[in-house]
Design a protein around this ligand. Structure first.
Ligand SMILES: C[S@@+](CC[C@H](N)C(=O)[O-])C[C@H]1O[C@@H](n2cnc3c(N)ncnc32)[C@H](O)[C@@H]1O
Length: 230
């Protein structure tokens, strides 16, 4: 386990583990899903995307292949080492202040559900600070049954069984979620904090950062296109 873990976050299994409990090798093996299609349908061709929490570039690489420019940010140097073809920046997202703006800022992987409200505020302020006039922020939020439809599992295209085992309240509206990622030859686990947000709470959190929903991009309302409030 890393020495610099975020409180309430941990991971087990071989290789480097990020402060939020993700395994670098696990993400290097995972296949990409519908993310690039959803993103490409919501933004102008060739846009410059600031991708926050890019990991090993699982989504970055297909976006580059489609002709987008990507600046990829993560706090894990071990994750960033695997990103190819994008400018990379190693930083906690909540502290990022590049002094430049982007056509698109992307905050995926449910990071908006950070257990610590101050971290969430920081993440959303980073989004607002870096989006260009007329640009947009793409956010991936949790599905509305993620903390109730438990345990649940699915097999990803890479052959990984992703099993969300439990989600237990730890106070102040925050849950501790335990997940297992099982390949035939290796298992990683992750425990992380998540603050469930109703649609209303999510929209209120955006508002605090000076953002508002432009439209929900998917029927399940997991992917959101937000813009700066006038
Ligand atoms: C679940 S992984 C997803 C990676 C990538 N978005 C993907 O879908 O493959 C989350 C990534 O975000 C990074 N991360 C999480 N919280 C962060 C923060 N506050 N600042 C910077 N990086 C963060 C982790 O280091 C990890 O690489």
């Amino acid at each position: 386990m890393g020495l610099n873990m975020r409180e309430g976050y941990q991971g087990t299994g071989p290789g480097a583990i990020t402060p939020d409990g993700c395994s670098v090798e696990h993400y290097a093996r995972l296949a990409v899903g519908a993310e690039p299609d959803i993103i490409a349908a919501a933004v102008p061709a060739g846009a410059h995307i600031l991708e926050l929490g890019c990991g090993v570039g699982r989504v970055t690489h297909p976006l580059l292949a489609r002709g987008f420019r990507v600046t990829a940010v993560d706090e894990s140097p071990e994750m960033l080492e695997r990103v190819r073809g994008a400018r990379t920046i190693c930083s906690p997202i909540e502290k990022l202040d590049l002094g430049e703006t982007f056509d698109v800022v992307m905050l995926a992987s449910f990071l908006v559900h950070a257990g610590d409200i101050e971290v969430r505020r920081g993440l959303l302020r980073t989004c607002a600070r870096h989006v260009a006039e007329g640009g947009c922020v793409l956010i991936q939020r949790e599905g509305e049954d993620y903390h109730t439809d438990l345990p649940r599992e699915r097999v990803d295209a890479s052959g990984c069984t992703v099993r969300i085992v439990s989600s237990e309240p730890v106070g102040d509206g925050v849950n501790s979620v335990h997940a297992e990622y099982v390949f035939p030859d290796v298992t990683w686990t992750q425990t992380f904090r998540s603050r469930p947000l109703t649609k209303e709470q999510f929209e209120e959190a955006l508002g605090e950062a000076g953002l508002r929903v432009d439209r929900y991009l998917t029927e399940d309302r997991i992917w959101v296109r937000a813009i700066r409030e006038e």
